[in-house]
Write a protein that binds this ligand. Structure first.
Ligand code: UD1
Length: 419
């Protein structure tokens, strides 16, 4: 993507459906046999298309209605589906690990090549496997492929997660839906995507009770029925645009936002002195003559500051005043973008898990490379705020998570072009 920077963004942009929520709730259809799952507000992204390919390969019929205001997908599931996931497709994204729970619960066995995804540190699935074993699955990992099977049905039980992993929580919730008896998961992730999953499971007839203290209670059922639910708005995409508005000194309104989903980010933006207004479903940014004040951030599981907004926040703080710090506590290798931002004149030093960001007056355009999805977003934002021309290479990462980012930015007055 070629970007001519220095233009304050102006206008209104609508948030897409959440990538991570959609990737989680699409595999729910595997729990249905001879039923239909309808999902509204599904974004058009590489990872979503990979999930569609995987589901189709397993035998699910997927109908896509993109012309609707809330793009819709209908998953028609036959009585019999395949339980072997294609290696080429599984390795394309981390999200393929979300097939484990529903496919195992539905078919009694699964063969899943270990998933790929962003290079942001080791991403084991030991917690997913440990939980499924506790529910009675026999699991064997050989030559990079997970083979799991269960005699009869999975068995509901009390499971404590050693870390509130988002993926493990989601997999176990889906597995528990068709298990025998009640499952109580403790120390679970409480990201908004988990609430969305709970709503989808309820829509197909699974009693799910989320508890405020980080637990969930699920009554396993013999059979689920057809259902329908809307995918929540993408909080990370929304924040990327909000931060782009702040960074370019722009006046933009981001629509279809759930403000309480991005409380941590808004709190940190407020602390840094950014000018913005929050309404029921929108966030509006305003130009400011002052640079952002230095702040300290630590990424944490929800409701803490999300790791997925960390690179974008670093880009914004690189144009701030004084020295800000960001500590990454969720993933190990999430600072690869720093050397790319530094090519544009940023001053970021990495000391183990902490990025020390010394604010600079201006950034200059440069050729840079997206090292992963959110790094790519951060570099695009930096390019929008920088003087001169920036080219962001390896855009393939960005297309995994940002629908029509070129068109959305153009509609906000940015000068961007796909090469
Ligand atoms: C999901 C999101 C990702 C986001 C992350 C944290 C999707 C498709 N991806 O990823 O965008 O950055 O939540 O909000 O929804 N871990 C283990 N063992 C496990 C599972 C996780 O050690 O079995 C570790 C991971 O290596 C990582 C941490 O736990 O350090 C968080 O991972 P997790 O919450 O599972 O993230 P994902 O579900 O992979």
């Amino acid at each position: 993507m070629k970007i001519i920077g220095g233009i304050p963004l102006k206008g209104t942009v609508k948030t897409q459906g959440a990538k991570n929520a959609a990737l989680t709730v699409m595999p729910v259809c595997l729990l249905l046999r001879g039923g239909i799952l309808t999902l509204d507000n599904v974004p058009d992204l590489y990872d979503i298309n990979t999930m569609i390919e995987i589901l189709r390969d397993l035998g699910v019929e997927v109908e896509i209605n993109r012309e609707l205001k809330d793009p819709q997908m209908i998953f028609k599931v036959p009585d019999e589906i395949k339980w072997e996931v294609s290696e080429t497709l599984a390795r394309k994204m981390r999200g393929s690990s979300l097939l484990l729970g529903p496919l195992l619960a539905s078919c009694g066995q699964i063969s899943l090549p270990l998933p790929g995804g962003c290079s942001i540190g080791a991403r084991p699935i030991d917690l997913h496997l440990k939980g499924l074993k506790q529910m009675g699955a026999e699991i064997d990992v050989q030559n990079g492929v997970v083979h799991a099977k269960v005699k009869g049905r999975l068995r509901g039980r009390r499971i404590y997660l050693d870390f509130p992993s988002v993926g493990a929580t989601e997999n176990l919730m889906m597995a528990a839906s068709l298990a025998q008896g009640e499952t109580i998961l403790e120390n679970i992730a409480r990201e908004p995507e988990i609430d969305n999953l709970a709503d989808v499971l309820r829509s197909i007839g699974v009693p799910v009770e989320l508890e405020g203290t980080g637990g969930v209670r699920i009554q396993g059922v013999d059979k689920v029925h057809s259902g329908r639910e809307r995918v929540i708005p993408d909080r990370i995409e929304a924040c990327t645009y909000i931060l782009a508005g702040v960074m370019t000194n722009g006046h933009i309104k981001v629509e279809d936002v759930v403000p309480r989903h991005i409380d941590a980010i808004l709190a940190k933006l407020e602390e840094s002195g950014a000018k913005f207004k929050v309404k029921k479903n929108t966030v509006e940014t305003f130009p400011s003559k002052k640079r952002l004040h230095p702040i300290s951030i630590k990424t944490l599981p929800y409701p803490g500051f999300p790791t997925d907004a960390q690179p974008q926040m670093a880009a914004a703080l690189s144009l701030g005043q004084g020295v800000s710090t960001i500590e990454e506590s969720v993933f190990q290798a999430r600072f690869l973008y720093a050397q790319e931002l530094n090519r544009m004149g940023a001053d970021i030093k990495i000391a183990r898990d902490v990025a020390v960001i010394r604010g600079v007056q201006k950034l200059q355009g440069a050729p840079v490379r997206a090292t992963d999805l959110r790094a790519g977003a951060a570099l695009i934002m930096a390019g929008l705020a920088a003087e001169g021309e920036t080219t962001v290479d390896d855009m393939v990462h960005v297309w995994r998570g940002y629908e029509a980012i070129d068109k959305k930015l153009t509609s906000l007055g940015a000068q961007v072009e796909l090469i």
